[in-house]
Design a protein around this ligand. Sequence first.
Ligand SMILES: C[S@@+](CC[C@H](N)C(=O)[O-])C[C@H]1O[C@@H](n2cnc3c(N)ncnc32)[C@H](O)[C@@H]1O
Length: 270
Amino acid sequence: MTSRASVDSPMLNDDAPWDDFDPSAYFDQNYRDLLDADAEILSFVRNHFSDHFREHGEYLERPILGIDIGAGANLYPALTMLPWCREITLFERAPKNVSYLRDQRLHADPAWDSFWQVLRKDPAYTRIDTERTERFRKAIRVQQGNLFALGRRNVFGLRRSAGRWQIGTMFFVAESISTSHKEFLRAVECFMRSLAPGAPFAAAFMEGSTGYDVGNRHFPACDVDEAQVKESFRNFADKIETRRLSEVSHMVRPGHTGIILVCGKRNPKS
Ligand SMILES: C[S@@+](CC[C@H](N)C(=O)[O-])C[C@H]1O[C@@H](n2cnc3c(N)ncnc32)[C@H](O)[C@@H]1O
């Protein structure tokens, strides 16, 4: 995510140019080659999900529903959930990203293979290695929508889609869709409310981001640190594990000071 020198002027999610978000430019900038940071994130998330399902004795016999919120032009969060899911919803607002994801369901770019190589070091992934492409095709559902509507109450006071998904990911979204700290908090809340009690999840955040360019368009970000990220999960997950990646080798995407990864389990309370 390429930076700008100056800090953004305030921009809410509804005001950013999502119709112009160019998935090819974004993919080329971020995922054409596997970066050390993504390999580290993949390993951490792979172990988190794999340990969770091993402990709970839940394997392929009872496949579950997964969601990746704000999927953009990134397939690797969905790949981390693939061994356990009969359906994975890729939930995305920007129209060109929606088309990209629909196309990738049938014709995934070979670049994603190197991401899969990291995952297949764990037996849960090796087990589905030969059928990976077919499983991906069958599981993926691309849904266009606004994540803030996921948590909205309907006329009966019930939250739409609350607790529907049993595993979830949200990568570089809550802090990268608006300059507003309030919207950052609401995005984390909507993600967490979409998950069923006990659902394992992983979320990644750019730390200290000043916004980013995709192609020739600029997109807003909210500058968050590790403490703020942790606090955003307080009501929704009792125990989270965070990892901060700030090595020089991870800073190939300028315009931020590090990456914060959060893994946990949705609590049954709020
Ligand atoms: C920085 S990109 C992250 C993309 C991808 N998750 C990744 O890991 O690279 C932010 C994504 O959030 C999507 N987005 C922005 N506002 C959204 C909203 N209100 N609801 C759902 N998705 C949204 C954007 O279209 C974009 O794909």
